[in-house]
Design a protein around this ligand. Sequence first.
Ligand code: ADE
Length: 230
Amino acid sequence: MPDEQPQTVGGRAYWRGHLHGAEVIAVLSGIGKVAAATTATALIERFGVQRIVFTGVAGGLAPGVRVGDVVVAHRFLQHDMDASPLFPRHEVPGYARSRFDADVALTAALRQASERVLHALPAQLDEGVRAEFHLQTPRCHQGLLISGDRFVSTTAESDALRKILPDALAVEMEGAAFAQVCHDYGVPLAVVRTISDRADDAAHVDFPRFLREVASRYSAAIVEALLLQR
Ligand code: ADE
């Protein structure tokens, strides 16, 4: 952002500024549900944000969710939450539910923004990068996003997740934590993730390069489109 100013809270830099006329706080949440929850709480408590848009990467789980596609979450679940036998598996104690919803209007806007820019994105990448990750025209999926404090990098683990949560589209490590905090505070949340891997035995391959060369560009284009369509 041309006018961005950093402010550190809890050891994390929050950048305050303006993007396409919108007042924005930009922050890198850190990896995992605890880092995500403290980031979401600081955004709300310290910066008074009125809505949160989260971008990042995820491992594809459902068939047809390919590397380079994007997933817009309409619901979230913590796949590693298990307080059984006191509560059913995946239920968050005290909430009587395992699934938390994304905000309907903000999510619709995010999906619209994603669909508007996606088809043109691969052509803007280096040809070598496109070939390396076998990127085709990205598809936009919408559905259940699951989160847990594990990078899923074996086919055995992703098979097990598919079996127990057959409607999960993709897995990552923060979305459901943001959803729980946003539910607590009544703050609208929308999440879009670029699929960086298939959460299988090859999931770790060139992960940093994918972040740098592909996902960061997809996220920037989608956020820009979202702000421009307001
Ligand atoms: N984020 C991107 N890929 C992931 C994976 N395979 N597991 C967890 N989080 C991820």
